[in-house]
Design a binder for this molecule. Structure first.
Ligand SMILES: Nc1ncnc2c1ncn2[C@@H]1O[C@H](COP(=O)(O)OP(=O)(O)O)[C@@H](O)[C@H]1O
Ligand SMILES: [Mg+2]
Length: 307
């Protein structure tokens, strides 16, 4: 089997105490593997430890315990980082450069030669949809444009693994859609993507797998579909029937919702569903829909967080 793109092993980060403060355990014995070619969403509320984990992955922080490997190489080795692109949470970009100049600066850090630089910069600008504004000063960019520039910067070395910390937080709905398309495009090229978010719906369309982190601990990981479909919570039947006939079904008034001619009842188990459908048909009612109510990512999140 191929080595994982990312292996996080018993990672712990304790921020040591400032005067008069307690030490803060931001990441607590976290274990995680991300396969090559996977889109992995690292989800959790603010303060959960996502950024700390990511900074440790990127060698910006030294772990208290544990280690990180990138494609099987300890991340402490410079070599491991050559195949990684990184978008920090709040990229600080010097405003008196143009977007293109900034990318040229980044490309030089990877020691790309002049012609390779020019080509990579144009490709990246094109990919993130910033080519038309590339020669404007960064201080004139909107937050969304800054985010795109940050992304272009992360792509400059054509990395195999992209690590993005809250990449969608500054984007408007159109930007989010474009961003999702870009992620899927990169995935099609065989890249591995690891991104964090506190917004669950960001993951819903694109992540192969999610990990949910809370208070520094990984509380669940899995395929999104499995997590969501593992549990059907209830089944809603919508039907058309007169109120007097509906009364004969024997449900408490409170359990039936009426809107115009439509009636809606929510049932917990299959036997009740079968019986009710039979009763409705016998009473000459018309079934409009029978819809299982699945757990949403939101539900899972709340359960895992003890909400
Ligand atoms: N430099 C620091 N010193 C002390 N505590 C920190 C530091 N950075 C983050 N923290 C704390 O660590 C916890 C995790 O923060 P962070 O990793 O930024 O979470 P997230 O990215 O999930 O919002 C928070 O409680 C935060 O206040
Ligand atoms: Mg963060």
């Amino acid at each position: 089997m191929a080595v994982p793109a990312v292996k996080i092993d018993h990672l712990t980060k304790i921020y040591s105490a400032d005067l008069g403060k307690k030490p803060m355990c931001a990441v607590d014995d976290l274990n995680l593997e991300v396969e090559q070619g996977e889109v992995f969403a690292f989800l959790g509320p603010n303060g959960a430890g996502k950024t700390t984990t990511i900074k440790t992955m990127m060698r910006l922080l030294f772990p208290t315990r544990g280690f990180v490997e990138i494609f099987g190489i300890p991340n402490l080795s410079v070599k491991a980082m050559r195949s990684v692109g990184f978008l920090p949470e709040q990229p600080q970009i010097y405003g008196y450069l143009t977007g293109r100049e900034f990318l040229d600066f980044t490309a030089r850090l990877f020691r790309l030669d002049r012609s390779t630089r020019k080509k990579r910069i144009d490709d990246c600008l094109e990919q993130v949809g910033l080519i038309k504004r590339a020669d404007g000063l960064i201080r004139g960019y909107s937050r969304g444009m800054m985010q795109r520039l940050g992304l272009a910067q992360a792509l400059i070395n054509d990395p195999e693994l992209l690590v993005l910390d809250e990449p969608m937080s500054n984007l408007d709905p159109v930007g989010r859609k474009e961003f999702r398309d870009l992620i899927l495009e990169l995935k099609d090229k065989g890249k591995t993507l690891f991104f964090s978010s506190h917004i669950l719906s960001d993951a819903e369309m694109i992540a192969d797998r999610v990990g949910i982190v809370n208070q520094g601990r990984l509380v669940n990981t899995g395929k999104l579909r499995d997590l969501i479909e593992a549990q059907i919570r209830s089944i809603e039947i919508t039907f058309i029937m007169t109120p007097d006939k509906t009364a004969k079904l024997g449900f408490e008034q409170a359990n039936i919702v009426q809107q115009d001619e439509h009636m809606l009842v929510r049932l917990e188990n299959d036997a009740d569903v079968q019986r009710t459908i039979g009763d409705i048909m016998r009473l000459d009612g018309r079934i409009v829909s029978v819809v299982p109510q699945k757990r949403t990512l939101e539900d899972i999140f709340m359960t895992e967080l003890g909400g």
